[in-house]
Ligand binder design. Sequence first.
Ligand code: NA7
Length: 544
Amino acid sequence: PASRTSEAYDVVIVGAGFAGMYMLHRLRGLGLSARVYEQGGGVGGTWYWNRYPGARCDVESMQYSYSFSDELQQEWDWSERYAPQPEILRYANHVADRFDLRRDIQFDTRVDRAEFDERLNTWSVTTSDGKTVSASFVVLATGCLSNARKPDIKGLDRFNGPVYHTGNWPHDPVDFAGLRVGIIGTGSSGIQSVPVIAEQAKHLTVFQRTPNYSIPARNAALTPEERQRFRDNYPEIRRFARWEARNGIYTDLPDRGALDDGDNERRAKYEARWARGGLTFMSVYNNLGLDKAANDTAASFVREKIAETVKDPATAKLLQPTTYPIGTKRICIDTDYFDTFNRPNVSLVDIKANPIEEITENAVRVAGHDHEIDALVLATGFDAMTGSVARIDIRGRAGRTLNQKWAEGPKTYLGLMSAGFPNLFIITGPGSPSVLSNMIVSIEQHVDWIADCLVYLRERGLATMEAEGGAEEKWVAHVNEVAHGTLYPQANSWYMGANIPGKPRIFMPYIGGVGAYRQICNDVAAKGYEGFVMSAGEQARRAA
Ligand code: NA7
């Protein structure tokens, strides 16, 4: 039974990843009391759990970092163009120490339930240690890719060897030396881990349902000069990332479409971007996400590269994506992924044509053939964007749960709040650019907006704030309309909820770009939080 404590906070924050940590820091600066609950044993969120071999950020380190403190961005030395997971986790820990965050974070504690009391205008928050505290506001900083999903494959529990999920990797090192390893899933996590596991394992069998487009990372050590160039130009780099780059990543913006160039010129541009590596491959032209014929030119370029790299033609063919436009599922960034299939100890099994029949004590059975393995890796992804929120029993006005409300798909106003759930904010929620952007850019924008909003409420003595139903409906429609003006809905992606059986197919992130989104959020605030209802609340009314 939950023990009710007298602990009361201005704000309870759920999660101590990059969002929760910065939220806590901002709230402290405003003199508000806050308590963070974190299910992990340390800070870092996604980067705390995703410890699989080869895990890296695919946004460049100098940009995948906080901008709120100039001292911080000037003093931290990223070692490589794309930081490996342990380094990102060290950075998260450094931030926690430098800003003395830990004293307000309770680790190894989940938030199980949050219930709004309409009389008191407060949330009762119940945690896995059986305590209930109260808070005027709750901020869900629960992350978009943090609810690892085990696939529903017959016999999975029967397997005798160890089963690892990339999104929930053990903290003790895993040694695959001498083992026959199987891996299911070829999204970003699979594509990053396959080359590393292949080097360790006796044999690696890759079970692929859908091939993915992947661009070479061209990872390398950062030189002191490269770091300095970023540091010297940070004001402009950060401004550009916030306002001009749709995805929050500093790059040169294209002013032409793919069909505006002749074949040779286009090819030369693709070659140059391929040689440069990384996510900016997709910003070579301004219409790859919009025009199928334009997109086809980039998609077929990548297919050619796969065919050039992979020696066995049948394997190369299987690795070539054909069923969806490039970039409409999260594009992958790799180091030697396709080349890994030239190794004698790596084999590829197509589970699209012949799905896995079952997993036995020692094998994965496909088309009547047992692929024997000693260990199994699931790189099968996440219940993205809504999964971690759904695990909390959230009850708003009239006891209605958020899961009931979102049964047909998540509904929010600006991704920040959901009507009927006063004083509950979401960071990088569905309906915000979140996963379509450099997460840290989006996180900082959300946290700053929420912080400003709390100041606004405090200054006016207001007790509650919530999204208006009508504004929310309009926003949801807008998010969909913008998405359907692009090629994105053509792919069965986790952006669409398509990786979770039974999950409603709704394009969840806002695709209008971080700059446009920031402008909308600023305008809403400037108009006195248009589309939100604020009220003085019972106590304030009584005092008046
Ligand atoms: P993703 O991108 O969701 O990839 C999951 C992969 O697992 C993908 O290839 C799936 O195939 C495959 N999958 C999922 N379920 C099954 C079952 N039941 N059987 C066979 N194969 C399956 O997750 P990641 O962890 O790689 O990446 C998530 C994000 O993290 C990434 O986008 C970056 O933003 C960082 P499918 O394509 O569904 O056919």
